[in-house]
Design a protein around this ligand. Structure first.
Ligand code: PLP
Length: 396
């Protein structure tokens, strides 16, 4: 029965029944017009969710990490320099991936809990008179710390420096849950995955690619085959893939976008903000703090809760899984043990979030942490009762 509990991890997220059913379909020939009819709405839908201008949508059988790899191998050459700030596990892993591909990563070390340092990025670009930096990498929502970065601000910093580098954004845990404006922010490659805001199983890397990034692929010499955008775009033009696509997931993606648009993207963002705010009220009532250093950095899809001195966040996550059948996220890297993470993205309602907060409290009490049962739940209840839109999510 505990399999009926919602998950509060950072992906895969809970799946609406209609999306799950859309993935479950009979075999079709992926070289037939039937596939092209299924694929086109998914591509057009992604374009709307990303708020792309010109450019191409690429949907790879992969995960977010494969999306990163595709972004760099299609646009860069061995020895190229990229600029990246490191402030959490996911920004770290993207840097590591670039280094293992033979890129020279100029790293701006930033305390975990902070976001992308705009002034330092601008200064680094201004100092790069010879324009050796080919791309700026930004993690929009650092899932390890629950920190949101200002991508529009990074674009302004790049423009202020008069620097023509490409801007690559990891939006794996923000896209389809938090406002994202690929066109307006001048993002050259946006990377998403199917198993977070899109509420699907893992298995797709979803990318938006600007005309400038498309142009860069002609001179890029990093090796790529499976992820080669040139092969993809050639096959897309004929309504297909260079190899066998994940047909069921693509069918599910088209349905997921209908679900998001039935609710309305702005309502989806507002719901995530409301859910997150309720969680933050609960955290404050527990006498704890988010890892994110200040309110403008608070993520609306994940809260990393800093646990009291002498407590270990991983103990809570283990107990929740073993005793109550509820999944939270552990702390990663530098914040391992120091935080536990509550994922609040995808198919979630006020009522579901309250169940997660109640479970976290039971675990804290079981572990002897200083908490009053019901304190966080009550703070969130008060907030949810008073904030509009409890039923905004499309009834499915
Ligand atoms: C989940 C996540 C990834 C990794 O995606 P996979 O689909 O697990 O490969 C990358 N970046 C961020 C910010 C994430 O949250």
């Amino acid at each position: 029965m505990s399999l009926q509990n919602p998950v509060f991890i950072l992906g895969p997220t809970n799946m609406p029944e209609v999306i799950r059913k859309a993935c479950d379909m009979p075999t079709i020939d992926h070289r037939s017009p039937a596939f092209a009819r299924l694929f086109k709405p998914a591509v057009e839908g992604v374009r709307r969710v990303l708020k792309m201008g010109e450019g191409e949508v690429i949907i790879l059988p992969s995960t977010g990490t494969g999306g990163w790899e595709a972004a760099i191998t299609n646009t860069l050459s061995p020895g190229d320099t990229v600029l990246a700030a490191r402030f959490g596990m996911f920004s770290h892993r993207w840097i590591d991936l670039c280094q293992r591909h033979g890129l020279n990563v100029q790293i701006i070390e930033t305390p975990w809990g902070q976001g992308a340092p705009l002034a330092a990025i601008e200064a680094a670009l201004k100092a790069d008179a010879g324009h050796r930096i080919k791309a700026v990498l930004a993690t929009h929502n650092e899932t390890a710390t629950g920190v949101k970065s200002d991508i529009a601000g990074i674009r302004r910093a790049m423009d202020a420096a008069g620097h023509g580098a490409l801007l690559f954004v990891d939006g794996v845990s923000s896209i389809a849950s938090m406002p994202f404006e690929m066109g307006a922010w001048g993002v050259d490659i946006a990377v998403a995955g199917s198993q977070k805001g899109f509420m699907l199983p893992a298995g797709l890397a979803i990318l938006g690619v600007s005309p400038k990034a498309i142009a860069a692929m002609e001179s890029a010499t990093l090796p790529r085959t499976f992820f080669d955008f040139r092969d993809m775009l050639k096959s897309y033009a004929a309504g297909g893939y260079p190899y066998t696509p994940a047909v069921g997931l693509i069918s599910g993606l088209a349905r997921a976008i209908e679900v998001l648009e039935d609710e309305g993207l702005e309502n989806v963002y507002a719901r995530h903000h409301r859910l997150a705010e309720g969680v933050r009220r609960a955290v404050a009532a527990w006498g704890m703090k988010p890892c994110a250093a200040s309110p403008e950095l608070f993520s609306d899809t994940v809260t990393a809760v800093v646990v009291p001195p002498g407590c270990n966040g991983t103990d809570l996550v283990k107990l929740a899984a073993e005793k109550y059948g509820v999944a939270f996220g552990v702390g990663l890297g530098e914040v391992a043990g120091k935080v536990f993470r509550i994922g609040h993205l995808g198919m979630l309602t006020d009522v579901m979030v309250l169940s997660g907060l109640a479970t976290a409290e039971m675990c804290m009490a079981d572990l002897g942490w200083p908490v009053t049962l019901g304190s966080g739940v009550a703070a969130a209840q008060d907030y949810y009762r008073g904030s509009a839109g409890a039923l905004a999510m499309a009834a499915e």
